[in-house]
Design a protein around this ligand. Structure first.
Ligand code: ZN
Length: 116
């Protein structure tokens, strides 16, 4: 797949309210951040799929700023790929979360994780 095709497929899935991801057809490796080839085996035979958006907290950290505190970290989705996202409440490693994605335009996205 060409990068433009991947971004276009991502946009369609995000517009329908789901989290997209990429699966390598050669080695089945899954990943979220857009690339034109598989980071594991280098194949360009990729497909863009729709995630259920359910995963577990892999790691988290609290960021303290002058006027607010935010919780940021990594979620491992059920399909096997990981994403960085903002958590909407306190979490612990292993907690089940739902990840929602919002488009900010220009191929940029905001990921929020809600504790289940
Ligand atoms: Zn691969």
């Amino acid at each position: 797949m060409r990068l433009e095709e991947i971004y276009s497929a991502y946009d369609k899935i995000v517009q329908s309210g789901y989290l997209p991801y990429i699966r390598c057809k050669k080695c089945t490796h899954t990943f979220f951040y857009v690339r034109h080839c598989c980071p594991k085996c280098g194949s360009r035979d990729l497909e863009v799929l729709r995630s259920e958006g359910i995963g577990k907290v892999f790691s988290w950290t609290k960021i303290f700023r002058k006027n607010d505190t935010s919780i940021y970290g990594i979620v491992e989705l059920g399909e096997g790929f990981k994403v960085y996202c903002n958590f909407t409440s306190d979490v612990e490693i292993g907690d089940n979360v739902r990840v929602k994605i919002d488009s900010l335009g220009d191929g940029k996205y905001k990921l929020l994780a809600y504790k289940l």
